[in-house]
Ligand binder design. Structure first.
Ligand code: NAP
Ligand code: ZN
Length: 353
């Protein structure tokens, strides 16, 4: 089916309106009319091929929410009209040990990303949520239980929410934990909300002095300007866990020094250029770890959505028409996002980008 979309034809080209083809739903497929799609920094990294390997045309977007508009004959979990979401994954092998544990993001045969992933559909790679509709295997469709009025603000949970929820759960964050969140952007602002909701003492690290008040409102107990070394050093050796969401290369030693014995600095930001090599001494004295974490599996994404629905947690968003996507990317690159752009997909196919 012909579908209006917003995509790029090359790394140095701006996003532009384009028409793509979506497959007719197969027996296990769910067709979703997309209402809103969050704008993740990974979209920008991919569109501009900052990580290399981007396939064009590139239609990004993996924070998708909308309503079911058709289902295949064997679909049992969803019906037309349901509020649903799709995150970063639309496929995986389903039989490797990682998939068997519900960790499809670590599929040993390679997961299929919502965009830039392998598919039999034209043009041979997946196209994401900056589009009017998408067709997805029901195993990768999430149920949304938030009130309908919150749908747009739920969209960022599908990537920013799960990418911060999953490591907080894996490292067993709860009451009594002291948690740092570095970078208050899309991921970071969700990290603050979720760590706070799990009962941790949360310290937000920001390079933007203007986000200080907001960080407290998001749930941070303390806020540190990470460019002010005196302020940073006050927290030396005190953190159980620090979640680093920064989208640019930076000095990791600043944060490993803040970990207590056996503490972990978990990286979720994926900068275009590598971080400077961290100090080994800082890790071995104190048995500290630097770790990484990738989004989350389908079961855990549903758990996170339900956790948020029960507690009324959504993202803080700024809604944009698709015509403003370039301006939004420029602002995202300047850390000027409060705290996630969300595209109103009803604006697709209505005038020039
Ligand atoms: P974002 O909204 O742009 O937020 C990143 C934040 O990092 C900025 O708001 C800023 O916060 C801080 N920052 C930016 N440049 C900085 C610099 N040079 N030095 C220090 N701090 C800086 O991005 P996002 O969508 O949250 O994504 C963050 C990163 O995570 C991206 O690299 C993205 O690709 C990656 N990601 C990873 C996963 C995963 O599974 N691991 C999933 C999604 C996204 P302050 O203004 O507070 O300093
Ligand atoms: Zn993302």
């Amino acid at each position: 089916m012909k579908t209006e979309a917003l995509g790029a034809t090359a790394a140095d080209k701006p996003l532009d309106a384009m028409r793509i083809e979506r497959r007719a739903p197969g027996p296990r497929d769910v067709q979703i009319d997309i209402a809103y799609c969050g704008v993740c920094h990974s979209d920008l990294h991919t569109v501009r091929s900052e990580w290399g390997g981007t396939l064009y045309p590139c239609v990004p977007g993996h924070e998708i929410v909308g309503h079911v508009s058709a289902v295949g004959t064997e679909v049992s979990g969803f019906k037309v009209g349901d509020s649903v979401g799709v995150g970063c994954l639309v496929g995986s092998c389903q039989h490797c040990p990682a998939c068997a544990e519900g960790l499809e993001q670590y599929c040993e045969n390679g997961f299929v990303g919502t965009y830039n992933g392998p598919t039999a559909d034209a043009p041979g790679h997946t196209l994401g949520g900056y589009s009017q509709r998408i067709v997805v295997d029901e195993k990768f469709v999430l149920r949304i239980r938030h009130p309908e009025a919150q749908l747009a603000a739920v969209a960022p949970l599908l990537c920013a929410g799960i990418t911060t929820y999953s490591p907080l759960r894996h490292w067993r964050i709860g009451p009594g934990s002291k948690v740092g969140v570095v970078g208050i952007g899309g991921l970071g602002h969700m990290g603050i909300k979720l760590a706070h909701a799990m009962g941790a003492h949360v310290v937000a690290f920001t390079t933007s002095e203007g986000k200080r008040q907001d960080a407290h409102a998001l749930g941070a107990d303390e806020v540190v300007n990470s460019r002010n070394l005196e302020e940073v050093k006050r927290h030396h050796g005190s953190f159980d866990f620090i979640l680093d969401t920064v989208a640019a290369s930076h000095d990791l030693d600043l944060f490993t020094a803040l970990l207590r014995r056996d503490g972990t600095l978990c990286l979720v930001g994926v900068p275009e250029h590598a971080h400077p090599s961290p100090s080994v001494a800082q890790l071995i004295f104190g048995r500290r770890s630097i770790a990484g974490s990738l989004i989350g599996g389908i079961a855990e994404t549903q758990e996170m959505l339900d956790f948020c629905a029960e507690r009324g947690i959504v993202a803080d968003i700024e809604m944009i028409p698709m015509q403003q996507i370039d301006a939004a990317y420029d602002r995202m690159q300047r850390s000027d996002v409060k705290y996630r752009f969300v595209i109103d997909n009803a604006t697709l196919g209505k005038g020039p980008a």
